[in-house]
Design a protein around this ligand. Structure first.
Ligand SMILES: NC(=O)c1ccc[n+]([C@@H]2O[C@H](COP(=O)([O-])OP(=O)(O)OC[C@H]3O[C@@H](n4cnc5c(N)ncnc54)[C@H](OP(=O)(O)O)[C@@H]3O)[C@@H](O)[C@H]2O)c1
Length: 322
């Protein structure tokens, strides 16, 4: 299969690239600032995803079977500070890439999020009506509607953990969501530092973790089956931050007495509300793809193996504990 994606230099995108290469696919990613090392085994087009002509020309020239829109304006200050630019980067960019996919008859996948739900809809399945409570969720839901009305698929990822495969260091430590949470804990505890697991009503306290590489693999299954509609690309288990931290210690053989529990760093909080419990279920994804979600313990074990293979014997970033 030929796979064209946006954002292959990002956290999830770099795992989609890896999943594609591992499966023997030909891959082209767009990038804004990222340049892969020589001999990386895939192609890159430097372009702005809000530039319709550039996006459609890139897709047309590559003639992919599968188009995945994974890029994102990921800075909430920028997103709230310039809402027109944010709309262009989410919704219009989805229009451009889905139009490009339609031009060449490719299957289309928009990467979305569990934060289209409001945090009181625990166990939301693929057909549960979303109810976003912040601008990010609203942008994602608007983008989902564009993708679905164009006959595409939506791949909602949640609690994404794993390795960033395009950057030598982890981009951020703990935040209000679950992204990078496991890597942050491992990096701190394995060098004997404490790690304070944030607990507060105003952050994402429970979700259904996933492994970024497996998210990529599920997106490729959507492409293989030329499927459309909504998919939940996550694991099998809903866990709290505390439960995930304790399981991480168990799987990575780390000293759980170094864990602390406390309120979030006040600098990490914004006026925007955050879904409290964003747990997902996956009945349609299992039915359509024949893919059973992976238990969280297995996801963590796979992450450990992946981390040891990529970074033998070294921490991947410096942790600033609160
Ligand atoms: N991370 C999570 O925990 C999580 C959870 C739920 C959903 N998601 C969804 O997963 C997707 C990927 O998230 P991520 O965390 O992997 O993001 P990320 O690491 O911040 O990567 C974002 C990518 O977007 C690219 N990009 C930004 N602006 C661009 C522009 N104007 N034109 C072209 N490319 C541009 C960047 O390119 P360069 O690298 O070239 O600068 C970067 O590779 C998003 O749709 C997000 O909503 C993520």
């Amino acid at each position: 299969m030929k796979v064209w994606l946006t954002g292959g230099g990002g956290f999830i995108g770099s795992n989609v690239v890896r999943a594609g290469l591992d499966a023997g696919h030909e891959v082209l990613t767009t990038a804004a600032t990222f340049t892969p090392p020589a001999g990386a085994g895939y192609a890159v087009d430097h372009l702005d995803m809000t530039n319709e002509a550039a996006v459609r020309a890139s897709i047309e020239a590559f003639a992919p079977d599968l188009v995945i829109n994974c890029a994102i304006m990921n800075d909430w200050g920028q997103m709230y500070g310039d809402r027109e630019a944010a709309w262009a980067a989410y919704v219009e960019a989805t229009r451009h890439s889905s139009a490009g996919a339609a031009d060449v008859g490719a299957t289309y996948v928009l990467v979305s999020t569990d934060w289209v739900f409001d945090g009181t809809q625990a166990g939301a399945h693929e057909e549960t009506p979303p109810n976003p409570i912040n601008f990010y969720g609203a942008l994602k839901l608007a983008s989902e509607m564009v993708a679905l009305e164009r006959g595409g698929a939506v791949a909602r990822v949640s609690g994404v953990n794993g390795l960033h495969l395009a950057r030598p260091t982890t981009i951020r430590a703990q935040d209000r969501g679950f992204g990078y949470f496991v890597a942050s804990i491992v990096d701190a505890l394995e060098v004997g530092e404490t790690f304070t697991v944030w607990e507060a009503p105003e952050i994402n306290m429970r979700s259904t973790p996933s492994l970024a590489l497996e998210c990529g693999e599920i997106m490729l299954m959507i492409g293989d089956k030329q499927a459309d509609g909504v998919f939940h690309c996550c694991g099998a288990d809903s866990v709290t931050r505390r439960e995930l931290a304790e399981l991480t210690c168990k799987v990575f053989d780390l000293d759980a007495s170094l864990l602390r529990y406390g309120p979030p760093d006040p600098d990490s909080l914004m006026a925007a509300p955050i879904p409290h419990d964003s747990s997902l279920t996956t009945p349609r994804t299992q039915r359509v793809l024949g893919h059973a979600p992976t238990p969280v313990l297995e996801l963590l074990q796979r992450f450990r193996l992946q981390r040891e293979a990529e970074h033998p014997g070294q921490a991947t970033h410096e942790i600033k504990d609160t």
